[in-house]
Design a protein around this ligand. Sequence first.
Ligand code: KIV
Length: 275
Amino acid sequence: MYTQLQLRDSARPPVNVATLRRMKEQGEKIASITCYDASFAALTDEAGVDVVLVGDSLGMVIQGHDTTVPVTLEHIIYHCKAVAKGLFRPFLMADMPFMTYTSREQALQNSVRLMQEGGAKMVKLEGGASQVEIVEFLANHDIAVCAHLGLKPQSVHKTGGFRVQGREDAAAEAMKRDAKALQDAGADVVLLECIPSHLGAEITRELHVPVIGIGAGPDTDGQILVLYDVLDITPGRKPRFVKNYMAGHDSPFAGIQAYVAAVKSREYPAPEHCF
Ligand code: KIV
């Protein structure tokens, strides 16, 4: 049975955590993108994306909120189900929304829903040292976890805005300690958002698990962007790390393909996308 599933398209076997670890070891960049529906999921798959995230950024780009805080577990499950239908090869990661992982038991129960109902293969949660216990609990239940550090959009009302994190020495040291602690607790992937490039490079070097960055410089093991930013759909001022891949391309598919190629060839991110 297992062989049959894997042979569905043996030229493009599905990505899993072992694939991501191998890519880190071999220096192949991991091309990741967010996605919220089945049609775009099929395009991302065809375009060669490795990791697809059903991010709580959907609160902003789909629902029109100013932050990700209003997003619920039901919202993520709804979109994750749709995305899962459109994917074969990419590894499907789902965000745990605001306040859905405040205790070990709550985190476990909600991760199980994201996996069983949504079809996610990995759950992502925001947080540093305070999440070590939760990550360890999930990992002990064989749940694949991505720990999101740096700019944590769910904490925006506490931290006071969407700003570059880890600029000061003390904050950078704390982030390095947190990343290592989360890895040691069982996180399979670390995601770094909006931090100086040198810090992204140091954390990536120090960890043995793959590190995916968004505004974290060129040296992380992979890159992720919000699909609607790649396709220049998001209105208004864009963060520095965003690049519009519709420029020079005449279809969303060509734009996503160009993004994947730029990540793989290390053309993206260029210095103007970094802090
Ligand atoms: O919610 C999201 O889309 C994310 C990415 C920006 C990494 O967390």
